[in-house]
Design a protein around this ligand. Sequence first.
Ligand code: NAI
Length: 483
Amino acid sequence: RKKMVKICCIGAGYVGGPTMAVIALKCPSIEVVVVDISVPRITAWNSEQLPIYEPGLDEVVEQCRGKNLFFSTNVEKHVSEADIIFVSVNTPTKTLGLGAGKAADLTYWESAARMIADVSKSDKIVVEKSTVPVKTAEAIERILTHNSKGIKFQILSNPEFLAEGTAVWDLFNPDRVLIGGRETPDGQKAIQALKKVYANWVPEERILTTNLWSAELSKLAANALLAQRISSINAMSALCEATGADVSQVSHAVGKDSRIGPKFLNASVGFGGSCFQKDILNLVYICECNGLAEVADYWKQVIKVNDYQKNRFVNRIVSSMFNTVSGKKIGVLGFAFKKDTGDTRETPAIDVCKGLLGDMARLSIYDPQVTDDQIQKDLTMNKFDWDHPVHLQPMSPIDIKQVSVVWDAYEAAKDAHGLCILTEWDEFKILDYQRIFDNMQKPAFVFDGCNVVNVGELREIGFIVYSIGKPMDPWFKDMPAMA
Ligand code: NAI
């Protein structure tokens, strides 16, 4: 009997956890162990309260944990026993040294690669699951082969295209699975071995195989193109406000064009999440390193428009509330970077809240999935100073006393002068806005950063409503200070 294939995944985060849980579920004959150096993360994966919130994930983990899915901090043991090793560690933007503010920080990746080389006693397939700069496989290959004591390693690039909030669905029904490898016989053999894993549930025609560099670059390209759509429609939203066009009508109309398509055309306060900004900065850096200044500038603009959109939103709030929010309570609905996740990495809410605190507002924040602790941490943490302007004041310790986190939308809005919606949670669509209005200071403002409220209904109630890219309330037009 052939021995059971063993998979080990290094990094039990938003990608490693759900991806491996789904592989375990779909491949009962494969043993999957997810390892991480973070003890609290692994403890949480082994508990009832998983470390990340993803619809449907609890059920998947429950079905296979303890059978063919395991979570462990014993990194070296499981790496040495595995046939296929996925590396799904974090690859944040470098904050120091060469390429700071743009280049990907591969410290975690490199230390994982060195550890693999150290503990391996048999041939391995090493799979890049993390998003990495194009050509990383070459660097990893050198680390592995120079430390390998004669063991053979094959590197594959298998970038992950899941989106947070729909991770389980995306993993069950991927648009495509991409596998890149060396164009040598051994490289092709490795590609086939990984393909066989996915073929347990993914139709053959959706499994694409390419060379290593195409696979690595495709992930950066996909994120750049997705973010670019958001910045494009957000740029249009500013023009809509200036002209009386309605951005929802515009995006509906243009999305009907089959060459454009309807998805990813919702105007908002800006994109967030751990990937878009860092991956575009990484792409920009790679372009610069290759002497492609114009290409670098083109993609940099996607991030600049995103920053512009967040600043515009803050400015709109302050200027419409008589040019000051000092001492005024503002209710904030939503803090996660999008609905159905508790992830706050790079959420526009951080920049918007910091902007309002910079003008001395008092904030009362509610998000269904984000903890008080996390919000306080995000707002006090000194965010890395990107090379693009964010125009935000540094935080002083006093400012943070101006923040309270509550567990109810009505509580957040109570006695507030204004209400900001920063995440498109479904529950914000069906709040009792009459009740909210009755308990707010007057004039009562709503600033909808995700186009979730019914503007007409809210105006009927008596709110002054600003909704991104929608025809403006006369109030805003008449505000003399508004730029
Ligand atoms: P994460 O930060 O949630 O998880 C990474 C984990 O790796 C952490 O738990 C960390 O403790 C662990 N780790 C770091 N170094 C380690 C080492 N040497 N040994 C063992 N464990 C180690 O990151 P996330 O969000 O899962 O992202 C991972 C990669 O996947 C990144 O490159 C990201 O760009 C990419 N990606 C992320 C997506 C997302 O939606 N979050 C989607 C697609 C790709």
